[in-house]
Write a protein that binds this ligand. Structure first.
Ligand code: TYD
Ligand code: MG
Length: 453
């Protein structure tokens, strides 16, 4: 056998180097390189991470095993997974501490165990703690196998012994492999334990759900490589203090990325919110200034979301612009468009924009709502009652169409909205019952129709 090559792995970013250095050449962290001997996990290193390597085949020769997806018992969770759990797939669930990762997967594991053999392996809590929680969740728990263990090899041995179809790992940062020298949670441990789990999933067809902690920056702790290794990456999001939880698929080999599932944290664990389209609206008795309702698309469905703005005389030298739930730079751009093309100046004013409910909006369809809310706060005049809007703003002040206009409008009508300011190209030819459609081409039209007397 040839001499095994020794390499060094950065604990922060997972980068490999051949020589030890004081500083990682990739992420510039100090003293983060640790010795790593791939020889010890040689078998591991060479076996491909995807299933079956038996030469090439034509597509039509390949037998799709077409294994049915396994339902997690929660429509919302199945939805983000792309229609249920795929056998042999590896799902990574990330999120802040205390957001409900363990709760969600314990509930899901409990439901799954009714139809398939399931093992929940925890390195975070004792068996007593987990079973206490299970009781609190009123999880039947009769069929679910629990294990408190941090050695991945022991977990996999047990999984094999029980012929499990589903394995839950809580969390990857507590797991370790004997053959890797660094401590659990370090980049090399995370990388190697995850590789071991992925390999097992692909070999045995066991679906593996892995919980991962997130760092302050909001990415899953440990090397980025983890996200590349797994099939699906889900993130748990929520606003501080809000009981609603969103699970977003940021990567999914078996479904649509960006799909969203909505849950509410209750006394008995996470309850799915089946019809979440209006939960992010606050109820105002009277129309208030600085508030605009947007029909956004989250994943594959429309949602009504309130955008609030507060424009106030700035006290300091530099006016502040703060966007919560929106991209900061986009706000700066929108304020420039509002000034140049809408004649609404915000110089010397602090501008705060917040998306209600802790939702993060990535789509440009929110532009119009941000502008109208800002203008409304500045003028201290509420927008027309029962108004929704959506549309992207161009640098020339034009209001540009967004995808799925009609679907958004139908959702708004369903929730009792009476008027909608939309890009002209999004106005449906037939109209929508109960909804006055106000098509606009440019920003000034949008501003004047939003405040019509
Ligand atoms: P947990 O699943 O332990 O979070 P994570 O694994 O992501 O760290 O969630 C713990 C939080 O959820 C805790 O603050 C209490 C709350 N919770 C409820 O409100 N209701 C419940 O039924 C359960 C089990 C937890
Ligand atoms: Mg936990």
């Amino acid at each position: 056998m040839s001499k095994t090559r020794e390499i060094f792995l950065c604990d922060q970013c997972g980068a490999e180097t051949l020589k030890w250095q004081g500083q990682c050449p990739s992420c510039a962290a100090w003293n983060s390189l640790v010795k790593f001997n791939p020889g010890k996990t040689a078998r591991a290193g060479r076996v491909p991470l995807t299933a079956g390597s038996t030469g090439s085949k034509r597509i039509h020769e390949i037998n799709e095993r077409d294994e049915p997806r396994i339902s997690t018992g929660s429509g919302e969770f199945d939805r983000v997974l792309g229609g249920g759990l795929v056998p042999g797939s590896v799902v990574l669930l990330g999120g802040d501490p205390g957001i409900g990762k363990s709760t969600l997967l314990l509930q899901a594991a409990d439901q799954l165990s009714v139809s398939v053999t399931t093992l929940y392996a925890t390195g975070e809590e004792s068996l007593q703690q987990v079973s206490l929680r299970a009781r609190r969740l009123e999880a039947a728990g009769k069929e679910l196998n629990l294990m408190a263990e941090t050695n991945v090899e022991s977990v996999l041995a047990e999984t094999g012994r029980l012929h499990c179809k589903v394995l839950v790992i809580d969390s990857i940062q507590t797991m370790y492999l004997d053959s890797v020298e660094s401590s659990p949670g370090s980049a090399s441990q995370v990388r190697e334990t995850a590789a071991q789990l992925v390999r097992y999933a692909k070999d045995q067809g066991t679906a593996v759900l892995i919980i991962g902690h997130v760092t302050k920056e909001g990415t899953i702790a440990g090397p980025r490589i983890l996200e590349h290794m797994v099939d699906t990456v889900l993130y748990f999001q929520s606003d501080a203090g809000s009981r609603y939880r969103l699970i977003r698929a940021v990567k999914n080999r078996f479904g649509a990325a960006n799909e969203v599932g909505v849950f509410a944290m209750a006394d008995q664990g996470l309850k799915e919110v089946k019809n979440p389209s209006a939960i992010f609206l606050s109820q105002h008795a009277e129309p208030i200034a600085g508030s605009a309702v947007l029909v956004a698309r989250e994943g594959s469905r429309p949602m009504l979301i309130e955008v609030q703005a507060l424009v106030d005389q700035s006290q300091g030298m530099n006016a502040r612009r703060l966007a919560l739930g929106l991209e900061q730079n986009r706000l700066a751009m929108l304020l420039a468009i509002l000034h140049r093309h809408g004649g609404v100046a915000t110089q010397g004013q602090d501008v705060f924009v917040n998306v209600v409910g802790g939702v993060r909006i990535a789509e440009t369809a929110a532009d119009l709502a941000v502008m109208l809310a800002t203008a409304s706060s500045l003028k201290d005049r509420p927008l027309l009652p029962g108004l929704v809007c959506f549309g992207e703003l161009g640098l020339a002040g034009e209001v540009r169409p967004v995808p799925f206009g009609e679907e958004r409008l139908r959702e708004a009508a369903k929730h009792g909205f009476r008027r909608a300011i939309v890009p002209t190209a999004n106005a449906p030819r037939r109209g929508i019952e109960g909804l006055e459609i106000i098509p606009v081409e440019r920003l000034p039209e949008a501003l004047s129709s939003a405040f019509r007397a």
